[in-house]
Design a protein around this ligand. Structure first.
Ligand SMILES: [Fe+2]
Length: 195
């Protein structure tokens, strides 16, 4: 990375936060991650033209291997769900999942807001306005790639809907609401055509 950039996110801090949440919520997040990684392959590599055939082949086999993780996470999540014996326990698990989503959506932080800005602190090649624009664009892309694209996966929605009640689903959707602007226009158009 050029001088001035730093990778400040601490893996241990993130792991500590995530592992402080209940297993149900951690498995929900993990299953969501596995499913969006499957979707990313389909969207960016599967049918893409002009990529190196070897590169495509490597990712095809990675995709197949990752699909096993998605299946295992789904089984584990359902098994963990069966251990919840009251609506209050599932409510608390949903609270934890919402807390994980809120934690994820903070990244990357605004330049100057914290030391985890995505631009160098003293970037003389860009004015404050351009720096804000770059930050907003990156934040939107991160939110789409790492949260919203997974939450919109039909398999994830189906699973989640089978495990929570309408009120709990409503609370999760409310937490995701402020992130839905991150859906790229091409996705919105594709969904409208599909419906
Ligand atoms: Fe995986």
């Amino acid at each position: 990375m050029p001088p001035g950039y730093r990778f400040e996110a601490s893996a241990n801090d993130v792991a500590g936060f995530v592992l402080g949440k209940c297993t149900w919520a951690v498995l929900a997040l993990t299953c969501h991650i596995e499913l969006f990684s499957q979707a990313h392959y389909r969207a960016s590599i599967g049918d893409a033209q002009g990529l190196s055939p070897l590169f495509k082949d490597v990712f095809l086999f990675h995709w197949k291997e990752e699909s096993q993780h998605a299946i295992i996470d789904e089984l584990e999540w359902i098994r963990e769900d069966a251990k919840l014996t009251s609506a209050a326990q599932r409510d608390a698990a949903v609270d934890d999942l919402i807390a994980l989503v809120r934690r994820c959506r903070r990244h990357p932080a605004r330049p100057g807001e914290s030391r985890r800005g995505v631009l160098p602190e003293h970037d003389e090649t860009r004015g404050p306005r351009a720096r804000c624009d770059v930050h907003a664009t990156l934040l939107k892309a991160y939110r789409w790639q790492y949260i919203v694209s997974g939450a919109m996966q039909p398999r994830f929605q189906e699973l989640l809907a089978s495990l929570v009640d309408d009120a709990q689903m409503g609370r999760i959707q409310e937490a995701l609401g402020p992130l839905m602007y991150a859906v790229p226009q091409r996705e919105q158009v594709a969904r409208e055509i599909a419906h």
